[in-house]
Design a protein around this ligand. Structure first.
Ligand code: KG4
Ligand code: ZN
Length: 347
């Protein structure tokens, strides 16, 4: 029998290329987490192909949900609500999770909760870390987004700035593809960069003005392209003739530039909003160089800030963060209805 005071939420996530489901109790006790990654399917294209992602979600969604319930040793009667990431993301991928959640909500007679995927990434940074001081700023860095938020509560993040072109993760993926490294590019670049000199090549740092909290990463990607193909892009691709050390130096210099931009913008936001805490989440938050640089920033700032980082397994897409954030919406009575439709963009 379920303890009547426990709130069990089933979370569902299909915004990009991971089909995920999880059961989380009271916003923090993880009872199960299942992630079916589509990396192998998209690898040969060097990026996510929306139609391929959607078809794979359709295939996996019910087995993944069934496994999440089984791992949690819970039956539908004991679920209090069904939460789903309804935005932002690839619409034809999101619709699979949203349709599954609406179907289960109707069939099981359970309330439905709509979750913003980026707000959920923020939640993964505070999972099981209840005691931190506000105000906080949150840096969310993923394959599709790079955003800074003023974080007042789980339900009140306020967008301060975002990328005006490529996301940080997208830049990692595109540069990896130029260097003929495997997809996803972030982990591949991080691995190779460990042997490289981060000061070997000076790449442009686009800051968009000294007070701007927006980001731009398309310039650095183009700079890598020019470096490898020549300024007119008609030159011979030098990647095949580069030594492993030269590739490592390029990867390390690129990574250091992206990290530097992310750290400087987070510093600016922390000062501007007198944040006591900094939150870090999203796929790129798995990057050790970024984690270390932000930790260094938070320790050396005056006064020092507390850094809360998502644990590595919950940096990339998962449903734990969806089910965890949904608990706060459940308590606030913020439910969706069966007219819920996926949205490509965040609110
Ligand atoms: O959050 P996420 O799983 O999906 C989106 O919401 O987009 O992030 C995926 C992104 C990819 O671009 C991937 O290359 C990047 O996160 N990523 C990394 C690392 N691990 C994943 N980037 C840099 N270093 C990593 N270790
Ligand atoms: Zn994500």
């Amino acid at each position: 029998m379920k303890d009547k005071t426990t709130i069990n939420i089933l979370g569902i996530e299909t915004s990009c290329d991971e089909t995920a489901a999880a059961v989380v109790a009271d916003g923090h006790t993880i009872k199960s987490s299942v992630v079916a990654s589509q990396t192998k399917l998209h690898e040969k294209y060097g990026g996510v192909v929306p139609e391929v992602a959607s078809r794979a979600h359709i295939e996996k969604i019910y087995p993944v949900i069934a496994e999440a319930l089984e791992q949690a040793k819970i039956n539908p009667d004991e679920i209090d609500a069904i939460a789903v990431a309804d935005r932002p993301g690839l619409t034809i991928a999101l619709i699979v999770g949203v349709t599954a959640a609406k179907t289960l909500s109707f069939a099981w007679g359970k309330p439905l909760i709509a979750i913003d995927h980026l707000h959920a990434h923020m939640q993964s940074a505070i999972l099981n870390k209840e005691d931190f001081e506000l105000p906080a700023v949150a840096l969310i860095v993923s394959g599709g987004h790079t955003s800074l938020y003023d974080y007042l509560s789980p339900l009140e993040p306020k967008l301060l700035g975002k990328t005006i072109d490529d996301a940080a993760g997208e830049a990692f993926d595109k540069v990896a593809s130029i260097l003929k490294l495997p997809y996803p590019g972030g982990p591949a670049i991080e691995k190779i960069a460990k042997n490289g000199n981060p000061n070997a090549i000076k790449f442009p740092r686009s800051m968009l003005g000294k007070d701007s909290l927006d980001f731009s990463f398309s310039g650095i990607k183009t700079a890598v392209l020019y470096h490898c193909l020549g300024q007119d892009m008609k030159g011979q691709n030098i990647v095949d003739s580069m030594t492993p050390q030269q590739i490592a130096d390029l990867a390390a210099s690129f990574q250091a530039t992206v990290v530097d931009i992310l750290v400087k913008k987070t510093k600016l936001a922390s000062e501007k909003f007198q944040a006591k805490t900094v939150l870090l989440g999203g796929g790129v938050a798995a990057n050790s160089a970024l984690r270390e640089a932000l930790q260094n920033l938070c320790t050396t700032m005056k006064p020092p800030r507390k850094l809360l980082v998502a644990s590595k397994q919950y940096c990339t897409d998962n449903a734990v963060m969806v089910a965890s954030l949904a608990y706060y919406k459940y308590k606030a009575g913020l439910f969706a209805d069966l007219t819920l439709e996926p949205q490509a963009h965040s609110e």
